[in-house]
Design a protein around this ligand. Structure first.
Ligand SMILES: Cc1cc2nc3c(=O)[nH]c(=O)nc-3n(C[C@H](O)[C@H](O)[C@H](O)COP(=O)(O)OP(=O)(O)OC[C@H]3O[C@@H](n4cnc5c(N)ncnc54)[C@H](O)[C@@H]3O)c2cc1C
Length: 541
């Protein structure tokens, strides 16, 4: 078991926190990072691994919400564009601009010219922060992206948004890691069973350590419910009433072998008229998504979902052979928690897909309780700031109100890292099959912690060996993960701290000799148990 986790479990019941955050998805992670950096005494728990629910199932896009222009939600588009720009500026190596390459079919509900003008307006709303949009003729598309099926098309357009280079769950972990650095007591696999406010005004949350079934009471002056799709259920267990509630929209993605060598997002209008993406994911391609109303937070990919995505992609790309379910390397499936007024519940909404995707932070000042509804990864920095402001207004003193709680280390640190890496010829050590140089990759994943990796490699050059073929993870990275990333199960590492489980086939993983060594580094004497548990979970229907 991670010694960091063991230490935090021992401390979580000892004190009265200013704030307990329940839920370690993006909303909970930014809340904890912002409050802890500003000097509040914070604890965070998640019933699974950090980011193991909705925040690991997104399209990995930081986008300004171009599609909301169709419903004239220009205020939302402006806000999301500013959030996107802020993220790109703050995380230049993680959140990167990428071109969206869209194909238009004659007879679509909007003409090509109108859509092209829309991209220029989108660019303007986004303060011209990205590269200019471009109109594409059919001939240009045929030359630049020959994989695209052009029958019935009169051309297309190109515009920019951004994507998360290393995956959504890894991005969330950056905030969890930051929160830990600022003294937050964060514990994964720790479930809230319910909360009650005592006569002294202190919330007591009864929590269960999922790994041992031991129960601990956690005390806090303020309770923040960031349980994503479980916000309503958790509020029910704390007897908190809110003016909003969630409805759920299921979205799936399928990951297949790389379809095009170009680093851009291919964008289409699917048969249901929604935007549909072909997104680069390391050595693979991620395709999706769908938007189906469901009643439960727990959703699965159905045959119908798979068929919808594959049929749409087969119709819109010229592939050597149509993609079939056998080509799918991994699947992602999540529900978008959408905030609606509690009375309405979205049930009577005529167009389900037009429901607003804005976040709402609802404060019950008398109960000193906050609920975070809805939201997007793109808007995460605003959520952190907004919650901190509410917490301050509720009387918690934040002694460092201007502390910067997000972003990559300053340029001087990056330059120094590059210099040290160059002196030891780090990139000369990169396997020739690797798709990316080591220096930018390590910096992007670990920021200032990457200096420690250089030290490990100087001490022992075998630290630079790739342990799992096709996964681009070095021995020293797995050692770092074991020390600093609170890994309890193998899935935490393969699916969330890294994206190995999404890009390496299960058969290749089973056969990877390095996986056993990785388990030993991560779990010591429990290595075989964790290994067996991982594959047993995957075999379960
Ligand atoms: C298909 C899809 C595509 C998307 N694409 C994008 C995109 O490209 N860009 C974008 O910006 N956004 C996107 N989103 C939206 C975004 O992913 C979500 O809004 C966001 O991840 C929600 O984060 P959250 O923290 O609210 O919820 P979650 O990530 O679900 O976190 C809530 C956490 O609470 C924990 N929890 C629940 N109950 C308890 C309990 N009793 N005790 C302890 N812990 C508990 C859960 O385990 C979970 O980890 C997408 C969403 C989906 C589904």
């Amino acid at each position: 078991m991670s010694s960091l986790r063991t230490a935090n479990v021992a401390r979580i019941g000892e004190t009265v926190f200013d704030v307990l955050v329940v839920g370690g998805g993006i909303n909970g992670a930014v809340t904890a990072a912002c409050l802890a950096a500003r000097g509040a005494k914070v604890a965070l728990i998640d019933k699974g691994d950090f980011a193991s629910f909705t925040s690991q199932e997104s399209s990995n896009l930081a986008w300004g919400g171009i599609k909301y222009m169709e419903s004239f939600e220009f205020g939302l588009v402006r806000k999301l564009c500013m959030s996107r720009n802020h993220l790109i500026r703050s995380y230049p190596s993680t959140v990167q601009e990428i071109r969206f390459y869209a194909v238009h079919t004659r007879g679509f509900r909007h003409g090509l010219l109108k859509l092209v003008l829309g991209t220029w307006l989108y660019w303007l709303i986004g303060n011209f922060f990205t590269q200019k949009p471009r109109r594409l003729s059919a001939a240009t598309i045929a030359r630049e992206e020959p994989i695209v099926e052009l029958t019935g098309s009169d051309g297309g357009f190109e515009y920019s948004d951004a994507y998360l280079h290393d995956n959504d769950a890894r991005f969330v972990f950056k905030f969890i890691r930051a929160a830990l650095d600022y003294g937050c007591i964060a514990v994964n696999y720790f479930e809230s069973l319910g909360s009650k406010r005592g006569d002294d005004g202190v919330w007591v949350t009864q929590a269960r350590d999922v790994t041992s079934s031991a129960e601990i009471a956690i005390r806090s002056r303020i309770l923040v419910n960031a349980a994503g799709p479980y916000v309503d259920a958790l509020n029910g267990r704390a007897a908190v009433r809110t003016a909003h509630r969630h409805v759920f929209s299921k979205g799936i993605h399928l990951i297949v072998d790389r379809l095009t060598p170009n680093r851009r997002v291919l964008t289409f209008f699917a048969d249901d008229g929604r935007l549909f993406f072909v997104i680069p994911m390391g050595p693979r391609t991620c395709i999706g998504t769908t938007d189906t109303r469901v009643e439960s937070p727990v959703a699965h990919v159905t045959d119908e979902d798979r068929r919808f995505v594959l049929d749409n992609i087969n119709k819109r790309l010229r592939l050597p052979a149509p993609l079939t379910p056998a080509d799918v390397i991994a699947e992602r499936c999540g529900v978008r928690p959408l905030a609606v007024a509690a009375g309405n519940g979205g049930k009577r909404t005529a167009d389900w897909t037009q429901l607003s995707r804005k976040h709402v932070v609802e404060v019950d000042a008398a109960a000193r309780h906050l609920s975070i509804f809805g939201g997007k990864l793109t808007d995460c920095l605003n959520v952190g700031e907004e919650v901190a402001e509410h917490v301050r207004a509720l009387g918690v003193v934040l002694p460092y109100p201007d502390a910067r709680w997000y972003g990559e280390p300053p340029d001087e640190a990056r330059r120094e890292f590059w210099h040290q890496a160059k002196l030891m010829d780090l990139d000369g050590m990169t396997s020739p099959r690797s798709s990316e140089m080591l220096t930018p990759r390590l910096w992007r994943r670990y920021g200032a912690q990457a200096f420690g990796l250089l030290e490990d490699i100087r001490r022992d050059p075998s630290m630079v060996e790739v342990l799992i073929e096709g996964a681009e993870y070095l021995r020293c990275e797995i050692e770092l993960a074991a020390r600093h990333e609170m890994i309890v199960k193998l899935d935490d590492f393969l699916r969330r701290r890294s994206k190995i489980a999404l890009v390496v086939t299960e058969d290749a993983l089973r056969e990877a000799p390095g996986l056993h060594e990785a388990c030993e580094l991560l779990f010591g004497s429990a290595a075989q148990d964790r290994y067996d548990e991982y594959f047993a979970d995957r075999d379960r229907p």
